[in-house]
Design a protein around this ligand. Structure first.
Ligand code: HAM
Length: 439
């Protein structure tokens, strides 16, 4: 048997419904926040990620799906969405458009050669936002609030927002120096990876999973203490904006993010999954990336969220995504009835009803059973004689009452009856609940 590659998943059924629901909420919010959809290639020239995300980052050093194509080009399956969107912004000269900032959202698969575990996949799906061309803190606030609202609308109650600032380039360089000086005398107490990080990427030592408990980290200097006035002001404005929106957040100086392109605001959305804290979304400001990749100086901010992790967080909080019940099931026996079923199923579907019919030529009895299994509200029984009179039999699958309905008025009939059906059904299961509660 051929099996799926390690760290990849077949997503369908209940899990598929989580994915669809999350994407639905994202595209609905993208519409009202006025973010335009963008789809960039799933593979790009390797150089884009090597330059964009930083040679010394874990993602670039260890997790890239790099390969040569048949034309001997160095290609990489995208590990994230930001670099591709920035490339598209530069290549299509969007910086010249009159309507700055440019605001995009996307949803798609990313590839990271990680050690698979719960919430850490090799093929992952992210939705994300990028806002290119504004340096104003109002943009940082909008991105954070979008993420926060997605999780709220999905019903998640226990998501924490953690923010920090790395400051601008000069603050960050100053901080880097101080941090190296502080860590150097103690570096022997850190893991091998961190020893290598000391000069390459010292900020990453602060969020190393292996050295989390190292007491040296407790008293490490904080980025917040090395900000110049400009950087302080920006961070204050972001915090003020979040206060205006009533978004609760925690300032956490250990948030430094794993990718090199960040400066100023960085943030993570944290959920508890299987007792462990996991980032279900993360992002920040990346003012240097457009120019690094060959475009003009363009301040940007963005965020991305792992849809699989959001689904895990929803399951953890017992948020169910129910499948909508079927409105009508069309039953038939002979060929003439079947032809009418083909026609009627389309008519009803185009009128907006969720409709199923018979695909296996089963007996009427088996079709009744199938309709029950699918929780169809109404059974529409096509019978040649009744069809000749322009009528069908409609059975309410809750009250079990049957009625002959004229084909000319069937759509009105269903429109009128469906709310009654759901009301009756709800009341009925309600009494059931009450009984249980009273017990
Ligand atoms: P990131 O922190 O690498 O940032 O990933 C964002 C989110 O993707 C994470 O918080 C997590 O939910 C999810 N994720 C990452 N790796 C995995 C994995 N192996 N398995 C499952 N989920 C994962 C970025 O990707 C940046 N591009 C975010 C950004 C956009 N910054 C600015 N704009």
């Amino acid at each position: 048997m051929i099996t799926k590659p390690k760290g990849c998943y077949d997503i369908y059924g209940k899990e598929g419904r989580y994915f669809q629901k999350i994407n639905e909420v994202v595209s609905m919010l993208a519409e009202v926040y006025h973010y335009d959809f963008i789809r960039t290639p799933i593979f790009e020239a390797s150089e884009l990620f090597h330059r964009g995300m930083g040679e010394t980052t874990d993602v670039v050093k260890k997790e890239m799906y790099d390969f040569k194509d048949k034309g001997d080009r160095n290609i990489t399956l995208r590990p994230e969405g930001t670099a591709g969107v920035v490339r598209a912004y530069i290549e299509n000269k969007m910086y010249g458009d009159a309507t700055q900032p440019v605001k995009f959202y996307y949803s798609g698969t990313m590839y990271r050669y990680e050690r698979p575990q719960s919430g850490r996949d090799r093929e992952l799906t992210q939705f994300g936002l990028e806002l290119l061309g504004s340096n104003d803190a109002i943009s940082d606030v909008e991105i954070i609030s979008f993420g926060y609202q997605v999780y709220q609308l999905l019903g998640l109650k226990n998501v924490k927002v953690k923010i920090n600032t790395l400051g601008d380039t000069s603050s960050r360089l100053e901080y880097r120096k101080v941090l190296i000086d502080y860590l150097k005398p103690h570096i022997d107490t850190f893991c091998e990876d961190c020893k290598a990080r000391l000069l390459e990427n010292p900020l990453r030592i602060l969020d190393c999973k292996v050295d989390q408990e190292n007491p040296i980290l407790k008293d490490a200097p904080k980025t917040l203490d090395y900000l110049n006035d400009e950087s302080k002001k920006h961070f204050q404005e972001v915090c003020d904006g979040l206060d205006i929106l009533g978004i609760p957040y925690e300032i956490d100086s250990t948030i430094v993010r794993g990718l090199d392109y960040y400066n100023h605001t960085v943030f993570e959305f944290i959920a508890k999954i299987d007792g462990k804290e996991l980032a279900i979304g993360a992002g920040g400001r990346y003012n240097g990336l457009v120019s690094l990749l060959g475009g003009p100086e363009t301040p940007c901010v963005g965020f991305a969220s792992g849809i699989g992790r959001v689904a895990l967080a929803m399951q953890e909080e017992q948020i169910e995504v129910e499948e909508d019940a079927i409105d009508a099931y069309l039953l038939y026996v002979n060929e003439d009835e079947k032809k009418y079923a083909i026609y009627l199923a389309q008519e009803l579907r185009l009128a907006g009803f969720k409709v199923e019919t018979e695909y296996l030529g089963r007996s009427l009895k088996a079709q009744f059973k199938q309709a029950d299994r699918l929780h169809a509200a109404f059974l529409i029984i096509l019978n040649s004689e009744e069809l000749d009179n322009n009528e069908v039999k409609v059975k309410n699958n809750h009250t079990k009452e049957e009625e002959l309905v004229s084909l000319d008025t069937l759509i009105y009939y269903l429109d009128e009856q469906l709310p009654n059906f759901h009301e009756e059904e709800e009341e009925c299961s309600c009494c059931h609940h009450h009984e249980e509660e009273e017990e």
